[in-house]
Design a protein around this ligand. Sequence first.
Ligand code: AMP
Ligand code: ZN
Length: 492
Amino acid sequence: MVGKLKVFNTLTRQKEEFHPINPPFVGMYVCGPTVYSNVHLGNIRTFLSFDVINRYLRHIGYNVRYVRNITDVGHLTETGEDKISKKAKLNQLEPMEIVQTYSNDFHNVMSLFNTIPPDIEPSAIGHLMEQIAMIRKLIEDGYAYESNGSVYFDVSKYNKKHKYGALSGRNMEDLMSETRELDGSDDKRNPLDFALWKKAAPDHIMQWKTEWSDGFPGWHLECSAMSTKYLGEEFDIHGGGMDLKFPHHECEIAQNVGTYGKGGAHYGLHTNMLTVNGQKMSKSLGNSFLLHELVSGDHELLNRGYSPMTVRFFMLQSHYASTLDLSNEALKAARKGYVRLANGMRLMEKMEWKEDEGTLNEQQIHQINIFCENCYHAMNDDFNTALTIGHLFNIVKKINSLHNGQLKFAEIDQNTFNKMKDTFLRFSKDVLGLKVERNVNYQSLVETILGEYKDAKYNRDFERVNKLRAELKAEGIVIKDMKDRFEWVFEE
Ligand code: AMP
Ligand code: ZN
């Protein structure tokens, strides 16, 4: 049972049935990180949401090409400096060292959260030629102009033919009144015009020669160039956090329409913000959580550490388009929920159908079928992971009942059992991307068994002694009987 997938399309502001351009192929582009600092939990929320979207699309049979970029040039600070150049200068490093360090961190963190890597992860610097080609075309078609070595997108000109601001629901007058001044640059004709190419100051580390100047590309351009290169002038999904709607995605659409006459993606998906005490988590506000702070609990707002799977579960407990507030209480509750589900996963993985005493119970069979179908209904409803988890919990109750014998296998037929097992494991592992974390301390486990071994020896229960010795040996651990104590070593 699959049913129809509906998504909330931020381009039309409506929930719509999802129809890819060229099924079963789905092209999805998600704006990736600017690699000048460690990713914080807010960034992770957005990337986790798209991980689940990618996973579910695949689960229901789409062949997804997931492209997520790395911004390694062009993203400016409030004072107009390139973020990576600035950090490189501060630390006396090559910009590429900064890029490598934080790309590595990003990949490590994403892998600890069990996310599937994108199929293509292009970087802005690796696509300068494509960006320069787009600028040339935009100038040729009259949508961009050169001014003192920089090139700007001409928003008012574009707006005469098209609608600038449609995605974020603003018109030019609103935007003009919101924009207080020219952001430190007198080169623009209109404060809303945005840079496609920036002339670099002589001491700016990253710069490239073009007919306009020695400079670097504007941030918005990279995503237009790379999404269309890998997914075509029209593609299915474009995603990112809500905060990227304006100006980043608005500018991308204008660049795409200006260059190709088409706006790029058919569906916009935007995730909502992770907040702390109601305030958006962001590095500049100083309220961000890094992975190591979360795992160790070494943060003023935490009174213990939480594992990546607990945090993944915590994030999936809300819909991606709602805000989510991080707190110690919320994480504590998520830990309980995650453990309940993980115990269900552990039991279900081992559980096999068996013949036992009992008669078919149509009501039980019906309930289990409904729970399974509900998982699809929930995910089909704009990827509602929160509801999906609720349905999985209902299945966990059935798993526990089967395990403790309250529910007999004979009451549900083998097909229903298989369907329940398959649906439960696929949704929790493949779709939600959860896994059972093995944070069991093997040292203390071996010590416990060694204690039993000691008791058995003392009681001269040699059958048990041999059994424990053999069981540990099978795990590659050898017990050594010393004169006055027992020790263990790994078998060589
Ligand atoms: P950045 O590296 O700042 O461009 O951010 C990378 C991604 O993280 C973007 O899609 C942002 O929208 C997203 N993001 C940043 N802060 C948050 C937050 N507090 N909650 C959710 N997503 C966020
Ligand atoms: Zn982007």
